[in-house]
Design a protein around this ligand. Structure first.
Ligand code: NAP
Length: 249
């Protein structure tokens, strides 16, 4: 048996775990951070919660006798990806990063590209009045000083009561989102600017299409650097990579 640990956190993970469960001679455990209240659970074995940094992850890999690590976390989940890379090296096992390609700017897009969330907040100043904030809930505090703007803040789960938000409305919803829905949001709330991470993939891309159609600006946060190592763009290629490992056994 080849034992695989999948680091989860994206919509691709359910498909990846399902495809891996069909491979004879492979046993997988999917690990979720436990951030969302009702996560979409992949098939097979699932564990939830942090490992306790690199040390905890190395211990876990060794204790569970993991042979292969597949990192299918979100492109902005930087800590766990670097921890995974270091831990896999320390444990002496191969690691693969499933890194879906970022969105490319197309004709008609009005993007303001920034390097991080703090710069995204700075880019809004003197430019935006009604903002669709689609960065999740963890970094909302970077926008609280922008009291003269109005924000529609979309996230999966409600914020804890003690979190201070900028003026506006919290919309709890989970992707995938369709184009009609995104057009309706931009129109109904008279949005002039979207703030988005460059997550790539199809599930959250319709807002970018709607912005292009309607001449809405997008403050696009570019991705943080990824750890060096083997990398594939999608689930299909990850399955092929894993099949090679099985065949080498
Ligand atoms: P992060 O900053 O990279 O990770 C913070 C800590 O959370 C890690 O050090 C680790 O704790 C724990 N963790 C993260 N992913 C884990 C996993 N799959 N299994 C076990 N522990 C995990 O990540 P984040 O940005 O807070 O995101 C948390 C989760 O939400 C990730 O799995 C990510 O894929 C998903 N997500 C993130 C974003 C985003 O924009 N950041 C968007 C969509 C989904 P220990 O150090 O204790 O091991």
């Amino acid at each position: 048996m080849l034992r695989v640990l999948i680091l989860g956190g994206t919509s691709d993970v359910a498909e990846l775990a399902s495809r891996i469960s069909d491979i004879t001679g492979v046993e997988a455990i999917t690990s979720l951070a436990g951030r969302t209240r009702e996560p979409v659970l992949p098939v097979g074995n699932v564990r939830v919660g942090g490992f306790g940094g690199v040390t905890g992850l190395v211990e876990y890999l060794q204790h569970q006798q993991i042979d292969v690590l597949i990192d299918a976390t979100h492109p902005f989940a930087n800590h766990i990806s670097w921890n995974g890379a270091i831990a896999a090296t320390e444990a002496g096992i191969p690691r693969l990063l499933v890194n879906r390609p970022p969105w490319e700017k197309l004709l008609g897009d009005h993007w303001i590209e920034v390097e991080n969330i703090t710069n995204a907040a700075a880019a809004l100043e003197h430019q935006a009045k009604r903002v669709f904030l689609t960065i999740g809930r963890q970094e909302i505090s970077a926008f609280t000083h922008l009291q003269e703007m109005w924000f529609l803040m979309r996230m999966i789960d409600p914020l804890p009561a003690n979190v201070i938000t900028p003026p506006g409305f919290v919309l709890c919803d989970r992707g995938p989102f369709n184009l009609e829905n995104e057009r309706e949001i931009l129109t109904h709330h008279q949005i002039d600017t979207i703030v988005s991470k460059n997550s790539g993939g199809n599930a959250t891309y319709p807002k970018i299409i709607a912005a292009r159609e309607m001449g809405v600006k997008v403050v696009m946060v570019n991705r943080p650097p990824i750890p060096p190592g083997e990398e594939v763009p999608d689930v299909e290629s990850a399955v092929m990579w894993l099949l090679d490992k099985v065949n080498l056994q």
